[in-house]
Design a protein around this ligand. Sequence first.
Ligand code: SF4
Length: 404
Amino acid sequence: MSRSASHLTISRPGDDAASPAAETGRPIPLMVLGAGADPNSERGVDCPGELPPPSDPDLVHRAERARAALGDRAFVLGHHYQRDEVIRFADVTGDSFKLAREAAARPEAEYVIFCGVHFMAESADILTTADQRVILPDLAAGCSMADMATYNQVEECWETFEDLGLADSIIPVTYMNSSADIKAFTGRHGGTVCTSSNAKRALTWALSKGSKVLFLPDQHLGRNTAVRELGLSLDDCIVWDPYKPYGGADPEALRRATMILWRGHCSVHGRFTKENVAEVRRRIPGVNVIVHPECQHEVVLAADQVGSTEKIISTIEQAPPGSAWAVGTELNLVQRLAEDNPDKTVVFLDKTVCYCSTMNRIDLPHLVWAMESLVAGQVVNQITVDPKTASEAKAALDQMLALP
Ligand code: SF4
């Protein structure tokens, strides 16, 4: 039943062609953020190679020179939550799904430099051609939510469903924010991937195929979509805690539930509270509160609007001048929205600043290091998903693209 999560490989300076790592790829198991360190990679330890110091006054010019030298051979993707210093070098910006599609639409680019986090680079590798190489400038740029559902945990969960005679009635649906292993699991069991934009369609499809959904790994997106958009009740939802027998649920309750929600959450969006909403309404009379569906259910209920990252951006861009917005999503994006919409008031929903720490791992020194290495002919931090995992994960991604 269990297998090691060894689908990732990395090319680093110093790997020579004769070494087993260079021939077969070095297995890189997923690592829970902040738990342990991998001395064979830069995760939790030093970056290999010559990482420029952040104080280098020539850093921006170095980035510009390296980007110009790479030309059309490279395509730089920037997620909306990236720092300003990085996003300025992106050829295209977007959310995880848009960026994966953009990567797939550039088969001529030899290198896809992904300024985002690990699961996004995996999806780009799955969707790009075999000749293209996907680079993550800092391997420590993981996602705490994706790390909350490991392959072995999900396999054990499914075994329990089989023991209870429930597996045949359950369709797995995984959020884009999950590892390639979990997407492959989903594809193998006839499920689909979803994004925050199409979660309603994905759940509607899944519930036409089975009577229950196992929703991975973000309990909040699953609950918010099921209750707000499909009209299910909170009693139709049950949380699966991978650290407890039977997921911490009564087997009879599992039989009754329609939505089985994996106990995962986003460490950024999960921290907003309904008190934040009440406080900003007192502070800014008439403010519109818009939040991401990864927020807790009570926050979503208290907000005026709920939407994906792309929806939040378009809503504020199209809002009338003079309107005020409190935004419950990642701080880099909120700050950029405030700068890009000077005719509106745009504030962060919480008073306490909070960036996505792993998104912020991609900084200008790492981007310069990755691009200069490529200019010098050295491929660093390549993200590779093994063919079997990629094929099964692609089945789930293709199912998402085919959603009615
Ligand atoms: S914002 Fe949340 S879901 Fe997105 S990468 Fe950061 S921890 Fe993961």
